[in-house]
Design a protein around this ligand. Structure first.
Ligand SMILES: [Zn+2]
Length: 285
């Protein structure tokens, strides 16, 4: 891309010196009630488990008020996560708004928001064993909402080959199996993901999306509290730890474990799921 075709104006330095303002008043968001979620986590009872094979995806249901744990098992592996309202696939995870409201990478206390016109927390991150990582010297962080799933269309453009086990295809097959439809008929439901365990950022000089080997190790996990009834789909990315490549069969890949729990905590008796967004939807007319 051609850059800097125009000379700087004389007041360029002054224009660049304006203060950076956090765009959204995140203090107005629903408060993260750590005591509540810690009480929930203290009394978990297993409900069901799913193992996601390497270079494949599986769906799983998480009823409202339940907790889902996504774990690294046999080796470092990143996962591409989609979330829907279990009863309405039109309501789904909105990575862009989640990024605007929280950050490029999410961790404990952050919400995973749904798309408009629903726009509400679908889930809350309640535990993240990689929260120690923070941001590294390259600007890389964990669990990003800046990239999207690897997909066969981009791969076709860049490499001129058809590869069928990108996360987009894996998620499409998994949702197709869940709905008893063909992948082609459900792939429009596949959306921008939460890149679980993935280490990514933007290069300092050119602001290009980069990935580096994930620090995840077997035993690490990310836990989400379902704020409403959820259908999830998780793909074990063909990139493995995404330290070298993706969209091919050349990288070691490992399964991911999905465990769903209910909580016997007494605080759950007071809890109720959140309503969809209260905006009137009249848009000025
Ligand atoms: Zn992928």
């Amino acid at each position: 891309m051609q850059k800097h075709a125009h000379t700087e104006p004389s007041d360029a330095k002054e224009r660049r010196s304006k203060p950076a303002i956090i765009s959204y008043g995140v203090n107005q968001l629903p408060r993260y009630d750590r005591a509540f979620y810690d009480a929930v986590l203290a009394e978990l009872v297993p409900v069901h488990s799913v193992t996601v094979p390497p270079r494949d995806a599986k769906t799983f249901e998480v009823p409202a008020g339940h907790v889902v744990r996504i774990s690294s098992v046999d080796g470092p592996q990143v996962g591409d996560l989609n979330l829907w309202n279990m009863h309405n696939l039109e309501e789904r995870f909105f990575s862009g708004k989640t990024r605007q409201l929280h950050a490029t990478h999410v961790s404990t206390g952050d919400r995973l928001w749904s798309n408009m016109p629903y726009l509400r927390p679908l889930a809350t991150i309640v535990c993240d064993t990689l929260d120690w990582y923070g941001f590294d010297e390259d600007g890389g962080g964990i669990h990003d909402v800046i990239g999207t799933r690897c997909d066969p269309y981009t791969n076709h453009v860049l490499n001129g080959v058809d590869y069928h086990f990108c996360c987009h295809s894996n998620l499409s097959r998994a949702l197709a199996d869940h709905l008893n439809l063909k992948p082609q008929d459900v792939e429009h439901h596949i959306h921008d993901v939460l890149n679980v365990f993935m280490c990514t950022g933007f290069t300092r000089d050119t602001q290009q999306y980069f990935m580096k080997a994930s620090p995840v190790r077997p035993g690490d996990y990310l836990e989400l509290f379902a704020e409403t009834d959820l259908l999830g789909a998780l793909s074990a990315c063909p990139g493995g730890d995404c330290g070298s490549s993706h969209s091919d069969d050349s990288t070691p890949c490992y399964p991911l474990q999905v465990d769903v729990y209910r909580s016997n905590a007494s605080v759950m008796q007071e809890w109720s799921e959140g309503a969809v967004n209260g905006y009137s939807r009249t848009h000025g007319r």
